[in-house]
Design a protein around this ligand. Structure first.
Ligand code: NIG
Ligand code: FE
Length: 436
């Protein structure tokens, strides 16, 4: 019997011949935006699944989505040049990783033994390690080295299913070396198949030369760095590491207010180690996303729900810091705050795998597999304001998607620590093929 899928919208592109089609997907997760973008509360579990799903692509766009039966009746199947058989497989939108720090030089594997001895993140930073160690090495690295390092990370991200990445600066902390990081992001965005969204994070730490005069460094950020970076169009977002001992609420407010005036969209790291009322500031400043939130208070979380600030949860970080505490995801969902997930990839927390993050989100923050997948796709797209183009599989949107060698979405957190990707399609082209 022919059953029209409720998610098919064939009218727009029905005359166009597809370049590529996927058929017979056991589960095709559309993440149709009829359930909201971002998805909130119970709608985080609404994946809009098509069984025996099919999808057709022309150039970089999705032109058809429905059942395999519908695909066969719509097009001359034999004539489609590239066909992907997804029998017994899962198809999802490409992962969006909306919070990363991938442009750096040097590594910090030595800090693992410090952490094992019980040293905290801020103690390691105070001892000249942590962010400041990476700053020293990144300042000394030529642009080409940063590009080379970044490419290696992006290649791995892509092989694990990520198709769009937000990338922050923050290991330069001088005007020149922050711009060097932004240039590396720009080059990688042009040369690499993945899409990169550049964020200026000059307020990542107070550099050692400003140790005793942090407000002078804030002045440098607002009077020199932001105007220059905005003028050269090098960043889309501006972020601040708002935390006790790093940048205060007042300093963060000042930086993000100036950034907004210069057309940079605000986002912020908040309440990771101490509750400084960061969630309230994120709402006041109307940040598009706020990251970490382990210690955020109820009032702040409720204000985020009211302002629609996305909570980008980063379970890789407490995992790497060996903490028992993770962000209170169930409460955050209950309050109506939309959740996104990200790797937070940085030299302290180094994973390219959003599959790993989904596993941590389910096992440590008690997200369901469906909620975690929503957070890793459509809600991630909203966190970087790209929900009209990516994050769900719908007609007219970019053909960015993953074929997984598993039967259904519950396997993503369940079968962990290995790469479940069969194929990755980006802009309508197969960029990863593990089935060869
Ligand atoms: O989001 N918290 C601040 N920044 C990063 C860590 C950067 C680093 O340790 O190098 C984060 O976790
Ligand atoms: Fe971060």
């Amino acid at each position: 019997m022919f059953v029209a899928s409720p998610y098919a919208k064939k009218e727009i592109f029905s005359e166009v011949d597809p370049d590529l089609a996927i058929f017979n997907a056991n589960e095709l997760i559309t993440m149709n935006t009829r359930y909201g973008a971002p998805r909130i509360g119970d709608n985080m579990s609404e994946l809009a699944i098509i069984n025996y799903g099919a999808l057709a692509v022309k150039a970089d766009r999705i032109i058809f989505i429905g059942t395999t039966e519908e695909l066969m009746s719509e097009y001359e199947f034999e004539k489609i040049p590239t066909k992907v058989d997804a029998t017994n497989k899962l198809v999802t939108p490409g992962f969006i990783d909306p919070h990363t720090h991938i442009i750096f030089d040097g590594t910090r594997e030595n800090e693992l033994s410090m952490k094992l001895k019980g040293m905290t993140y801020l103690e390691i930073l105070k001892a000249g390690g942590g962010i400041l160690k990476t700053v020293r090495e990144t300042r000394n690295a030529p642009l080409e080295k940063l590009v080379k390092n970044g490419k290696k990370i992006l290649d791995r991200m892509m092989s694990y299913g990520t198709t769009t990445v937000e990338v922050k600066t923050g290991y330069g902390l001088t005007t020149q070396s922050e711009i060097k990081q932004l240039k590396a992001i720009q080059i990688l965005n042009e040369d690499h198949p993945l899409d990169l969204i550049p964020t200026f994070l000059g307020a990542h730490a107070v550099p050692s030369e400003y140790k005793n005069k942090p407000d002078k460094y804030v002045d440098l950020i607002i009077s020199e760095m932001i105007p220059k970076i905005a003028e050269e169009g090098l960043a889309e977002f501006c972020d601040v590491f708002c935390e006790k001992g790093i940048f205060s609420i007042e300093q963060s407010r000042k930086i993000l207010s100036v950034a907004k005036k210069f057309g940079l969209k605000p986002q912020i790291h908040i309440d990771e180690i101490v509750d400084t009322n960061g969630a309230l500031l994120a709402s006041e400043i109307q940040a598009f996303q706020a990251g970490h939130l382990l210690k955020s208070n109820d009032e702040g979380l409720k204000s985020m729900a009211k302002e629609g600030v996305i909570a980008t949860l980063l379970p890789g970080t407490p995992f790497c810091l060996m903490l028992d505490e993770y962000a209170p995801a169930r409460k955050i969902i209950e309050y109506g705050v939309p959740i996104a997930l990200a790797t937070d990839l940085n030299p302290n927390c180094w994973t390219e795998s959003m599959q790993m993050i989904i596993t941590l989100a389910c096992y440590h923050m008690k997200l369901s597999p469906a909620e975690a997948l929503t957070a890793a796709t459509i809600n991630g797209a909203c966190a970087i304001q790209k929900q009209d183009d990516i994050g769900s599989l719908e007609i007219g949107k970019k053909a960015d998607l993953i074929v997984f060698d598993v039967l259904n979405h519950n396997f993503l957190p369940y079968h962990f620590g290995v790469n479940l990707v069969s194929k990755v399609i980006k802009n309508g082209k197969i960029i990863v093929d593990n089935d060869l």
